[in-house]
Design a protein around this ligand. Structure first.
Ligand SMILES: Nc1ncnc2c1ncn2[C@@H]1O[C@H](COP(=O)(O)OP(=O)(O)O)[C@@H](O)[C@H]1O
Ligand SMILES: [Mg+2]
Length: 314
């Protein structure tokens, strides 16, 4: 941030700043700022999922996904309190004709610390809606969402705002950067809202932007960045407050395969090594397969998508 362009005072959570985190249980400090690839040591999962095929080779659209799902009630390991949990979640929207459209029709999901769940599904199947409900950006019509065992329904607006800013890192399908602010300022913003000192927020923002390969674009505004660069800033912003929950909505749609892989490595590193619970929406089956579980949203339900992954490198 230049002295000519001071950061205005921020009164509270701002739409589009839903990135981020909680108290110190996570860290992307230190080695994670290494800008060489890979950002994290490849996990067995990563090796299994990516193999030797390029992301382009395995990228597929929904039409290629077979309709083979068995209904599942996904639950993490016994005895572990899920970071985020959904029970019987319904979401309906009012259609143009005044008739409600049911998008989520009884979704159950638990995601444990350090666990990655990917969600695939046709366009319009409700994937973004599900992430919004899990991230407290939208309310379910019925059913319950809990974060670290606490029902969102019992929280007032202030607590929900704290949760969105302090616990959840959201990488939106459309990056939703603040247009008037530079890349550095966009990544600083969630930290300043949380009350971090500007110096610390600057250091961390620089570190994260370096981790996504944008150390030379710190002072560019979104209009001066390519679509892929904007999305990388959005990922850095999502990680700024060390999220306990990482919700990523088609995070690499605008990116070339190499840059996409680098970002995915960063997201999986935060999940695997730092204990964030991750829900990742993607059309890319190779990316989906890096997760512990791959689910498909179909007719308002989460079903196993294991069969869809047949043929990917084992
Ligand atoms: N605010 C809204 N009002 C009415 N309908 C909506 C709204 N948001 C989403 N929908 C509808 O809900 C369905 C699911 O949308 P979405 O969750 O964005 O799907 P996906 O992310 O899987 O493509 C779509 O049919 C969409 O038109
Ligand atoms: Mg969507």
């Amino acid at each position: 941030m230049s002295s000519r362009d001071p950061m205005p005072r921020v009164e509270g959570p701002t739409p589009g700043l839903d990135g981020v985190a909680s108290e110190g249980t996570l860290s992307v400090d230190g080695p994670s700022v290494d800008t060489t690839l890979p950002l994290a040591a490849p996990s067995p999962d990563a090796a299994r999922s990516v193999g030797t095929r390029s992301m382009d080779e395995v990228r597929t659209d929904d039409a290629a996904i077979s309709a083979d799902a068995a209904y599942v009630q996904p639950v993490p390991s016994a005895g572990v309190t899920p970071v985020v949990s959904a029970r019987g979640v319904h979401k309906a929207y009012m259609g143009g004709d005044g008739q409600p459209i049911t998008v989520l029709d009884g979704v159950d999901l638990d995601v444990a610390p350090g666990e990655a769940v990917s969600v695939i599904g046709q366009s319009g199947s409700g994937k973004s809606t599900l992430l919004h409900v899990l991230g407290a950006l939208d309310l379910p019509t019925a059913g319950e969402v809990r974060v670290s065992g606490k029902p969102l329904a019992g929280m007032d607006e202030e607590a929900l705002a704290r949760l969105r800013c302090g616990t959840t890192g959201f990488v939106f399908q459309f990056h939703h950067l603040l247009r008037e602010f530079t890349a550095l300022e966009n990544v600083m913003m969630p930290q300043l809202i949380r009350g971090d000192a500007p110096r610390a927020a600057t250091d961390r923002a620089r570190e994260l932007l370096a981790a996504v390969g944008l150390e030379s674009r710190l002072h560019h505004k979104p209009s001066q960045l390519s679509g892929g660069e904007q999305q990388r800033v959005a990922v850095a912003r999502a990680l700024a407050n060390r999220p306990l929950i990482l919700l990523a909505d088609e995070p690499s749609g605008n990116l070339d395969p190499q840059t996409g892989t680098r970002l995915h490595d960063l997201l999986f590193r935060v999940c695997r090594d730092e204990g964030a619970a991750m829900v990742l929406v993607t059309h890319d089956l190779a990316l989906a397969a890096r997760a512990d579980r791959v689910l498909r949203l179909q007719e308002g339900h989460l079903v196993s998508a294991a069969e869809s992954l047949r043929g990917l490198p084992a």
